[in-house]
Design a protein. Structure first.
Length: 396
């Protein structure tokens, strides 16, 4: 092993703050490669191939990959900065030393590894670029509230799996400019979201109304619109409501802002998770975690499927029970109704979508055909309008 790699190996073994970067496949395989014996050609080539394979899975520029991994890393230093603490001088010195180490790693070229290798066959190569890892990291810390750190820096939409938030692999990419109609309703949700982003008291929001009117699309489009300002979404199911306290504990000190999103929410009167959500909605969620708000969509104004059997029986306080069930929606500070559009608004949505698709048809003909399509289907709605226009487009 040459002197350069010996020094890098010693620095590698003494990494403290960024130690979890060893979980990154590219960096992990690179760490093994710098310690490999070039005299053992067969073994060395195996390490080399493992590293390049891992890099190619993520790109071809080693410098950019290491920079991205460092900027997104969840570590003790960034957590202190995120909570407004000032790290000790010794910790800051350690940070700078490690940033310089990763700067060295980012500039390693194929020639660094093959110069003394007794092998004349083909070896895959990679790119390097000029990066300033220390400078970029310091700038990122200044904008921590916008970019965040860890998995929340790299992704914007998450689901909950086995009690842990995991990134959505293929998130919905819909933007606000893709949605037509319902400007008044949508603006209420946007205004509340901006309050959350600005650190003002934000309400929990219930978007209710007819199917296909764009309730879920509104929430996801808002997240896409404001993700670059530090907004993230965590989608949870009704069965996962019990996990909300743990999720809030995890993200409450994060500088980013989070929407806990519950889609298509409704309850039967006897469901246990009813009480869990009710407890979470008591008072303002912002009072407990200023960076979190709950957004839910439902086809039901009162969220609860109430049966006549709920009104009978031997419950002495039956009326109180019923009132408890139907009062859940009142615990949302903001309720927004997305009702089915009338014919005029429905045709207006169709016209906008048709124009976007480049469909040339008179307004009268478009209106007649759109109305007929709605009558044959599930009625007027933005979803129906989109389905109709897609059909026209495919028939072109």
């Amino acid at each position: 092993m040459n002197e350069k790699f010996e020094k890098l190996c010693r620095k590698r073994d003494s990494v403290v703050i960024f130690r979890s970067l060893g979980d990154d496949d590219v960096i992990s395989d690179l760490m093994y490669l710098i310690g490999a014996d070039q005299q053992d050609c067969e073994g060395f080539l195996g390490y080399y191939a493992d590293f390049v394979n891992a890099l190619y899975e993520n790109g071809i520029d080693l410098s950019e990959h290491i920079l991205g991994a460092v900027l997104e890393n969840d570590n003790l230093y960034v957590r202190k900065i995120a909570t407004g603490q000032t790290p000790d001088r010794l910790v800051s010195e350690c940070l700078m030393s490690e940033l310089m180490f990763f700067q060295e790693l980012s500039q390693l070229t194929p020639e660094d590894f093959t110069a003394e290798l007794d092998y004349d066959g083909y070896l895959p190569r990679w790119k390097n670029s000029q990066v300033d890892i220390a400078g970029s990291y310091m700038e990122r810390l200044k904008l921590i509230g916008r970019y965040g750190y860890g998995k929340y820096a790299k992704h914007k939409m998450f689901i909950v799996r086995e009690g842990e938030t995991v990134p959505v692999k293929y998130p919905d990419t819909q933007r606000l400019c893709d949605l037509y109609g319902y400007e008044r309703e949508r603006n209420q949700v946007i205004a509340n979201t901006k309050a959350l982003l600005e650190g003002k008291p934000a309400q929990n929001v219930l978007l209710y109304g007819d199917a296909g009117t764009g309730k879920s699309s509104t929430v996801k489009a808002i997240v896409n619109e404001y993700a670059d300002r530090g907004l993230r979404l965590i989608e949870i199911t009704k069965e996962q409501l019990k996990d909300i306290p743990c999720i809030i504990d995890e993200i409450s000190c994060n500088p980013l802002k989070f929407i806990l999103f519950i889609d298509d929410l409704s309850f039967a009167s006897g469901e246990d998770c009813f009480g869990a959500l009710k407890a979470m909605l008591e008072g303002s969620v912002s009072a407990r975690a200023g960076n979190v708000a709950i957004y839910a969509t439902s086809n039901r104004r009162h969220l609860v499927k109430e049966c006549f059997s709920d009104r009978d029986g031997d419950d002495i306080h039956r009326n109180d029970t019923i009132q408890e069930l139907i009062s859940l929606s009142a615990r949302f500070g903001l309720t927004v109704n997305f009702s089915k559009p009338d014919k005029k608004n429905y045709v207006a949505i169709v016209s906008e979508l048709a124009r976007e698709k480049g469909i040339e048809m008179s307004e009268e003909e478009l209106s007649v055909k759109a109305e007929a399509f709605a009558l044959r289907g599930s009625g007027r709605s933005p979803r129906t309008a989109k389905q109709f226009v897609n059909q026209l487009y495919n028939e072109k």
